[in-house]
Design a protein around this ligand. Structure first.
Ligand code: CA
Length: 527
């Protein structure tokens, strides 16, 4: 229903845009007055740039006095005209802006929107403009993975995206103090995991005298699917298509999925999994964790690592969740996970077709990708919001760290970490982590390079996109349901072949063809 509405909404929009473009081609286009030539030696009037951007702090919208934007204004002799609001407001405003035919000079939004409206002329291609910009060239074009995640199907780059600094996202964590109490090593293989969870269940791992109150493994959400890393597949809804032997395959119907489900069903039926695992809500999950019941989990690594510093666990002697390597099948296998942050964060900024100061704008875009710009957008201004220690580490000042509303809010208010194209800084993650232990855990996967090569970011023609979304939605609904049923034993694994047949009957061939067509096109695009 909702999808149908959106589909019609988009078609209508496209018509509005075509009408608007026709009108402006007839000479009635939005006039912006005489533009001064982009010669901006100091003393000249500042260049005015309108910018459509969501403000990160919901209680303090960006202005030319916001610390970070003030710095950019001074450095480039520009004055911004901010069209801003909180994220939701700006999401709602975006289609209205598009249909108004009045485009701000700079627009910050999702790359998918730039790739959608760029080819219609709303945003300009940046490929040629990037060529003499060394930082944009280095981090966005020469980095093949970053490029593949931003380039449009027509080969153009329409938006400069934010780049993430830390690939760590999800992973298994285990109570190190429980392992110590039972004198067990950190589990590596799936067999180790089985034996460890079994011991947690049977041997009073929390040491309270009651051998029956432990929940060996729990989580909130579908993170338990990440045990499939041991089989080299990803069964999460957003990761089911993967590249193998030169084509795209669908993991849920692969024989490895059957092995995974068989194991998970065994664990569930033997009580190693939380019996409410399919519906466990975060509130109840954390409540069990903080009551010393949960021995192992899989979740956002940074989130669970921060539990060790929570006041709720102060009374649990030795409480210590530690991230472990992704599980492997056989001892000696290289641990790898499919779960990771994409290099390209899905926010970007772009130049509209009505911007009369493209060169100046590109200088700002380039600056945001430079080392100096990276410091500004991650840390603010030296001496004011951060200091540099003798050993080179960066520390936020008390203005940030002791802000009564919290460091995150203080940073948002100065304009740090804006939703634009800049390079996030790993030092920001370290400085902003709740503790050294949490930072160490977050960087452990990065240091060990436990990440499988990311799946290519495929682009589709509009028709293929609509068709594949339609088929995918139906198949995913069915697959989600069946994965759940197989795990809790509501459907026997002997039905796996029937399940595969059923998936294949749901226009799967069509979907598979679209995926592989997009995959081949992507290979061409990356040449
Ligand atoms: Ca116990």
């Amino acid at each position: 229903m909702n999808r149908q509405w959106r589909k019609n909404g988009i078609s209508l929009l496209v018509i509005v845009i075509i009408m608007a473009l026709l009108t402006s081609a007839c000479g009635g286009g939005a006039s912006k007055g005489e533009s001064s030539p982009s010669d901006n030696t100091s003393g000249d009037e500042p260049v005015k740039l309108s910018i459509f951007i969501a403000s990160r702090a919901t209680d303090e919208m960006y202005t030319n006095e916001t610390l970070v934007w003030k710095e950019i204004g001074k450095k480039f002799n520009v004055e911004f005209d901010f069209i801003t609001g909180d994220a939701k407001t700006m999401r709602d405003k975006f289609p209205l802006m598009i249909s108004s035919n009045e485009y701000p000079d700079i627009v910050a939004d999702a790359p998918s929107n730039f790739n959608k409206y760029g080819p219609q002329g709303v945003f300009i291609p940046l490929n040629d403009l990037i060529k003499d910009k060394p930082n944009l060239q280095k981090y966005l074009v020469d980095d093949k993975i970053a490029k593949s995640q931003i380039v449009n199907a027509d080969g153009n780059i329409y938006g400069v995206p934010m780049l993430s600094a830390v690939r760590t996202s999800e992973g298994p964590l285990i109570r190190q103090d429980w392992l110590d109490r039972l004198n067990l090593p950190v589990p590596e293989t799936m067999d180790d995991w089985y034996n460890t969870l079994k011991a947690f269940k049977e041997k009073d791992a929390n040491g309270n005298g009651d051998p029956k109150d432990e929940v060996p493994f729990s989580t909130a959400g579908t993170f338990y699917l990440n045990f499939a890393d041991a089989w080299g597949i990803d069964l999460n809804e957003d990761g089911r298509w993967m590249e193998e032997n030169g084509k795209m395959i669908y993991t849920p119907i692969d024989p490895r999925a059957k092995e995974f489900l068989t194991t998970m069903n065994q664990w569930y039926s033997e009580g190693l999994f939380d019996q409410e695992i399919l519906s466990r809500q975060d509130k109840d999950y954390t409540s069990m964790v903080f009551n010393d019941k949960v021995g192992a989990t899989n979740h956002w690594v940074g989130y669970v690592a921060s539990f060790n510093a929570r006041p709720e666990v102060e009374n649990i002697k030795g409480f210590n969740f530690q991230v472990t390597p992704p599980p492997v099948m056989n001892k000696g296998d290289k641990p790898l996970t499919s779960r990771q942050q994409q290099i390209v964060v899905p926010v970007a900024w772009a130049i509209s077709g009505q911007n009369e100061h493209v060169d100046k704008t590109m200088e700002i875009f380039e600056y945001a990708y430079s080392d100096e710009g990276q410091l500004l957008f991650n840390f603010g201004v030296e001496g004011d919001t951060y200091t540099k220690e003798a050993d080179g580490t960066l520390k936020y000042t008390d203005k940030i760290m002791k802000n009564p509303d919290g460091a995150a809010k203080a940073l948002s208010r100065i304009g740090a970490q804006p939703w634009i194209g800049f390079r996030q800084d790993a030092r920001y993650e370290k400085a902003a982590a709740v503790s050294e232990d949490a930072a160490k855990q977050l960087f452990y996967y990065v240091e060990q390079n436990y990440f499988r090569d990311p799946v290519p970011a495929l682009k589709y023609t509009e028709d293929d996109f609509e068709t594949s979304t339609e088929i995918k939605t139906q198949i995913d609904t069915y697959v989600n349901e069946m994965i759940s049923k197989f795990i809790i034993g509501q459907e026997p694994l002997s039905q796996f072949d029937a399940f595969v047949e059923k998936v294949r009957s749901m226009r799967f061939d069509e979907l598979e063809a679209i995926q592989n067509k997009a995959y081949e096109a992507n290979k061409e695009l990356m040449k």
